[in-house]
Design a protein around this ligand. Sequence first.
Ligand SMILES: NC(=O)c1ccc[n+]([C@@H]2O[C@H](COP(=O)([O-])OP(=O)(O)OC[C@H]3O[C@@H](n4cnc5c(N)ncnc54)[C@H](OP(=O)(O)O)[C@@H]3O)[C@@H](O)[C@H]2O)c1
Length: 248
Amino acid sequence: MKLSGHTVLVTGGSAGVGMALAREFYHRNNQVIICGRNLERLDRAKQEMSNLEIIKCDLTKDDEINRLVETLTDRFSQLSILVNNAGVQENYKFTEIEPKKALAAIDREIMVNFNAVVKLSALCLPILEQKIESGIINISSGLALTPKTSAPVYCATKAAVHIFSQSFRYQMEDEAANVKVFEAILPLVDTEMTKGRGKGKISPQQVADEVFEALKQNNYEIKVGKVKLLIWINRFFPKLAANILRRS
Ligand SMILES: NC(=O)c1ccc[n+]([C@@H]2O[C@H](COP(=O)([O-])OP(=O)(O)OC[C@H]3O[C@@H](n4cnc5c(N)ncnc54)[C@H](OP(=O)(O)O)[C@@H]3O)[C@@H](O)[C@H]2O)c1
């Protein structure tokens, strides 16, 4: 895939992995749009990259998703890459959390991590289909393949993103081969999401470096860092893989 001259939307591009991907696209001569809820964070990103376009949007809300797509259609109809990156992770025990609080957390995770990925893919497809070469890049996790104890809903949403990416890719290959569907499966990355926990984290920039190398080669399922090893262990020693990830 060509890596310059695109118009790119990176959801959650104001922090962590999304910001590293946005920065990489930006410095490779692409028009980059990022969205997120926190305007201060969006503004900070714009201070660093003056031609960046920022859009405030809460992806848990359908009306805001619709407004985002209207803005893309009206102002950025050249959109050719959608990066479904925004994500949240809630760590709690179902035996301990107050049920009403659990419902809010469950909704938030499913809406941002999975529903928004599917809805934005569907809503942006008419724009992407018109381009000679376009792409959707979904960000998933090693936890999609083998889960951990502390975040069942998060792991389930990432498993859903993994399977959705595969099946959606099949459809595009059959019906709209100009729309390439990528999935980046990430290991533990040093971001706000993982603050204060986990060992052996890689930097968001390392994620960006590996993702861009894979995009260049049209490697549709991008196994970043230790995810390559995890997949190997999971194939030959599934119980070992489960035990390693269970307490991670
Ligand atoms: N960090 C890891 O170890 C790791 C591992 C595997 C996969 N991943 C995946 O990588 C992606 C990025 O994670 P990260 O670690 O970079 O997280 P992060 O540093 O916490 O950044 C998350 C981004 O998503 C945005 N966001 C969160 N909720 C949103 C909402 N409701 N609407 C719009 N934007 C929202 C945030 O902006 P606002 O808060 O301003 O909305 C922020 O820009 C996620 O999909 C995550 O699941 C991360």
